[in-house]
Design a protein around this ligand. Structure first.
Ligand SMILES: [Zn+2]
Length: 361
């Protein structure tokens, strides 16, 4: 393919949490050196053309073990191929805040050690410059608002420190909202909408210029945000429910709401959110991502579609492997008939537009 080096602005990675937890069996894994473990480090990000990304801070639930059980239907019989996953209980706010500050500190230390190769992005101008110069831009995102108190004092402080995106929930419930479980197949209408504090949080994010991320939120919460928020709607790492009936994916009506708000959906690369059978373990080609991109473009228009890999937090298609596979994904988009203008929009321009409109600086 003649067209090369289109930078990717990626809607979601769990790399900072992954490294701090020493997941993937590599205690020695760092961000600045190349590793065989995990999906992103600086050398591999450069090789793959990752221009910028949302670096999620995710506070783990201590002692939580993910238990997957067969799904049982209303008739008491097992649903073929179906499964249900128990979610952890609410997380203590102080623990979440302490963890969040540790991860943020990790990022600032990496920024200092990287000597200009990594920059925490705070404005649309920062982002443009990073993409143009080849500096890896890190957008600070918290996945689940557990670290934030209902008086929203921590929000002010974290915003000053560089926070630019808040996922109201990871899937477990918190003081602001309820998330979707990882069951399959299931509708995303799984519980109540935002709490009163959740509504105040959305308004505060609008006022401060912080993205409100709808990925992991249940459907009633989604419609509450759609009714309140003045910013374009954003789902940073989700798929298409019509193609894969995971509650982590968006229904057609939700996609329509994102499009009419001028917002964006970052298509998730997780195998279990891509495949029609929801099987997170079966061998899967990266053309499954292209299938979701195609559906999203047909439904919403190309201006509302981006990428949201979930690198270091999910199972990747075998031929994508890690961040070095991004050029193969862009090639697959070209091969599927997308032109260069559309691929640039999907790769980074749509995200840039939405972030500039939301951050307002
Ligand atoms: Zn996630």
């Amino acid at each position: 393919m003649a067209i090369r080096r289109i930078p990717v602005l990626d809607g979601h990675n769990d790399t900072l949490t992954h490294i701090r937890e020493g997941r993937g069996g590599d205690e020695e894994r760092t961000f600045l050196g190349r590793s065989e473990h995990g999906h992103i480090d600086l050398p591999r990000a450069r090789e793959g053309g990752l221009g910028a990304g949302f670096f999620a801070i995710f506070s783990p639930s201590p002692g939580y073990e993910r238990v997957v059980r067969p799904m049982v239907g209303p008739d008491g019989a097992e649903v073929p191929g179906g499964y249900t996953v128990e979610l952890p209980p609410r997380l203590d706010r102080r623990k979440a805040l302490s963890w969040t500050l540790s991860i943020l500190s990790d990022l600032f230390r990496l920024e200092a050690e990287a000597e200009g190769a990594l920059e925490v992005v705070r404005t649309a101008d920062d982002l443009r410059r990073c993409l143009a110069e080849g500096t890896l831009g890190a957008i600070v995102h918290i996945e689940g608002a557990e670290a934030i108190d209902t008086r929203l004092e921590a929000l002010d402080v974290l915003h000053e420190a560089g926070l630019r995106s808040v996922g109201l929930v990871w899937s477990r419930p918190n003081a602001f909202a309820h998330g979707v479980p990882f069951d399959f197949p299931r509708d995303p209408d799984t519980g109540p909408g935002l709490t009163a504090a959740g509504k105040r949080l959305v308004q505060a994010c609008n006022r401060l210029g912080i993205v409100v991320d709808l990925s992991h939120l249940n459907e009633r919460g989604f419609w509450d945000v759609a009714a309140i928020s003045e910013a374009p709607l954003v789902a940073s790492h989700s798929g298409m429910h019509a193609l894969c009936a995971s509650p982590r994916n968006l229904t057609d009506r939700q996609l329509d709401a994102v499009a009419s708000s001028g917002g964006i959906v970052g298509v998730n690369f997780h195998v279990g959110f891509l495949r029609s059978d929801g099987n997170p373990e079966a061998p899967t080609p990266l053309t499954e991502i292209v299938r979701h991109v195609r559906y999203a473009v047909d439904r919403m228009g190309v201006a509302h579609v981006g990428l949201g890999s979930d690198f270091d937090g999910a199972t990747m298609p075998g031929d994508l492997q890690d961040v070095t596979g991004l050029p193969r994904l862009l090639d697959a988009l070209f091969e599927a008939g997308f032109g260069e203008r559309d691929v640039r929009k999907i790769a980074h321009e749509n995200w840039e537009r939405v972030l500039a409109a939301t951050w307002r600086r």
